[in-house]
Write a protein that binds this ligand. Sequence first.
Ligand code: TYD
Ligand code: ZN
Length: 412
Amino acid sequence: MRAAYRRVESCRVCGSQRLAPVLSLGDTPLANAFVRPEDVARAEARYALEVLRCLACGLVQLSIVVRPDILFREYRYASSASPPLIAHFDELADELVSRFVPTGALVVEVGSNDGVLLRPLAERAARVLGVEPASNLAAIANAAGLETWNEFFDERVAARIVERRGRAAVVVANNVLAHIDDLRGVLRALDVLLDEDGVFVAEFPYLADLLAHVEYDTIYHEHLSYFHLAPLRVLFGAAGFEMFDVRRLAVHGGSLRVFVARGGRRALSSDLTGLLASEDAEALASEAAYARFASRVDASRDALRALLAALRREGKRVAGYGATAKGNTLLNYCGIGTELVQFIADTTPFKQGLLTPGTHIPVRPDDALTSERPDFALLLAWNYADAIIRRHADYLAAGGRFIHPIPLARVL
Ligand code: TYD
Ligand code: ZN
């Protein structure tokens, strides 16, 4: 039998073996491995959830890489299921087409999910092609007329795209770099696919926001890397590319959108040079910053546990809202089971009726919040807090209250 994971011995950006521990969240089940009630007595596979930092280039990364076929066996999440994301992708399509895509030019999206970005791009007269390893998602996009190859993006696939479609004016990768172990391989594929003057655009959660807002729950086995600009500059530079612009975004607790071209082609924006400088100043590079983060994570857990324990003593009923992957990191790390959170409401049909991995809290349909009317609902999908609160005005009107779990638990 092949091993279920590999231990990271060297940095996936720079190859250094100087990897220092930052934080350990214990041994946890995979964050999307929801459990069927009939399997509840079976042992669940657990894997170390441990974060390291490369002392050479600064890349923050997990200590192990779980085999992709195990990690993604159960479930791949369909982006179009989240209305707030649809608006986000419309805005991205506008920016790409207005800045970088002449009419009819090719845009390739890596990790194109169910076509949530391909669609607005196609509507704006770009020629689009998706590359998506999850077959269920690729099938949804193809059925909607958004051509999507069911492949992992690599040099071989890039060469085949060039052969059949020519090179791309824009290659986009949205929330995929963190999932990719072989980043240098992806850059070789990008080199094959991208036009001489083409632009690569990537979005990913920003490490500075993760640290500042104690978003430790976004750490789980699917997320191999936690990026900031400094190590990315090393990664792109080694492959002959250069970041020339960046934008901070509010999505997913704070993200970056970076713009990359072949080296020396474009002037560097002041947003880029400014943010790079602020990373030094904010000490994303100091051991002290990470030690402080680790102690804030402990404090966050203690505050949440104390709040939930107090509510239980008062006889209050508490549910969760959003059966998210990040919620499963949080529940497992904080040791929260059905004694503190009775059920979790979620809109995703196939999660309903299942139990959360490790903590075995039942997932119920969204309307359980109204029908059961727990006194409090712990926001496990805090990245969509605004949309969720707006949609559940009836729950609030009936006296229900949301709890925001990070950085320190508070009742909204
Ligand atoms: P997501 O942001 O994908 O988080 P993670 O990557 O941590 O899993 O979580 C979306 C989940 O939240 C998904 O299970 C659907 C659920 N959800 C609701 O139940 N109601 C809502 O209004 C929204 C926006 C999401
Ligand atoms: Zn490194």
